[in-house]
Design a protein around this ligand. Structure first.
Ligand SMILES: Cc1cc2nc3c(=O)[nH]c(=O)nc-3n(C[C@H](O)[C@H](O)[C@H](O)COP(=O)(O)O)c2cc1C
Length: 337
């Protein structure tokens, strides 16, 4: 466990970044207090909000990191966008919300957030969705940040290794939320986490953290036995007292009759979540297109979450969601280490 312990972590269990609400500074503080490396989720936040969250965890005694979405857009033809918009229009009418007429493009305020991190460097900065360009990597490294890349295959691990990262998060398809895949127009292969970790370790000489589907202490043990320095958990923390998970999302997670699937119905990028009426109705017709579909479905997701409508909100969850429970984050993490 050298790499994690050098950072000051005493546990092999890492708290994943979870953008969109679940990760809060309190969750990171609680996890770091339990000896875990814990990540703030910079995705979707404004640069200003990221700065505030950094200031809020700046007082933690444990190790922490920040995760960013590195730009890797999937462009979408206006005709395909319009067809999907038309398909889901009835859901918008149900909540009397309007959907963007044209595909919205943005880069999640990438450069502004890098600038915030250059001013307030976190010990670790991790990236998902894409590999950031060399200038951003060089600047963050000179600011003192260790750089970690999320990969979902041996080929992506090689690509990241050639770009000179300090470590990898190897994410299996079992993981909740968006896949970090570098080729988001394809659905990532469904390879078991331990198998993927072993494959990556055989191919590249970098410290690896394994993510995806961890539900128990035995799962942590298995990923470490496969060659990872630690196991990253996300879904298991979604019901933690300190998590900002919405009540609607929590209700979905507590319904153990549900099943997960990898879907692009919500954002146009593969993501694992609980199946519900919306994903069952539209996922088969959803085109690849990120962030256009993210912006398209957002008004529906917001309205449905506020109304407690579990059938019309994205319920991100990994395959281990039935093991998630309500407790302080430190208790959940200690039970796994
Ligand atoms: C609600 C939710 C939001 C997530 N947001 C992010 C994110 O912002 N950045 C990221 O790199 N990974 C994100 N992930 C993926 C996690 O980092 C991690 O890979 C995953 O949770 C591990 O699998 P598990 O959910 O089965 O534990 C998210 C996962 C969930 C469940």
């Amino acid at each position: 466990m050298t790499w994690l312990s050098d950072l000051g972590a005493t546990s092999p269990v890492v708290a994943a970044p979870m953008a969109g609400g679940p990760t809060t500074p309190a969750l990171v503080r609680g996890a770091a207090g339990a000896g875990s490396l814990a990540f703030l989720a910079g995705g979707y936040l404004s640069a200003e909000a990221l700065g505030e969250q950094l200031a809020s965890v700046g007082v933690v005694t444990g190790p922490y990191g920040v995760n960013l979405f590195a730009p890797n857009p999937v462009p979408l033809e206006p005709v395909a966008y319009a067809a999907y918009r038309e398909l889901i229009r009835a859901e918008a009418e149900r909540y009397d919300v309007s959907l963007p007429l044209e595909p919205v493009a943005d880069d999640d305020a990438w450069q502004d957030k890098v600038d915030v991190l250059l001013e307030h460097p976190a010990p670790v900065v991790s990236f998902t969705f894409g590999i950031p360009g060399a200038p951003a990597r060089a600047a963050l490294r000179s600011a003192g940040c260790l750089l970690v890349q999320t990969v979902t295959s041996v080929e992506e691990a090689r690509e990241a290794s050639e770009a000179g990262f300090d470590g990898l998060v190897v994410q299996a398809s079992a993981a909740g939320g968006h896949s970090g895949t570098l080729t988001p127009s394809a659905i990532p292969a469904d390879r078991p986490l331990s198998d993927l970790v072993a494959g990556v370790r055989a191919a590249v000489d970098l410290p690896v953290l394994g993510a995806g589907g961890i539900g128990s202490r035995d799962d942590v043990h298995a990923v470490v036995a496969a060659g990872a320095e630690g196991a990253v958990v996300g879904t298991l923390l979604l019901l933690a007292d300190e998590a900002g998970t919405s009540e609607t999302h929590r209700a979905g997670l507590l319904d153990h009759t549900r099943e997960t699937a990898v879907m692009r119905a919500w954002t146009g990028r593969p993501a694992r979540g609980l199946r519900n009426a919306f994903s069952d109705a539209y996922d088969a017709s959803a085109p690849s297109g990120y962030p256009a579909l993210h912006h398209l479905t957002r008004p529906i997701r917001r309205a449905a979450a506020a109304a407690g409508d579990v059938e019309r909100v994205n319920l991100w969850a990994g395959t281990g969601f039935r093991a998630a429970r309500r407790a302080p984050v430190a208790e959940i993490l200690r039970g796994l280490a």
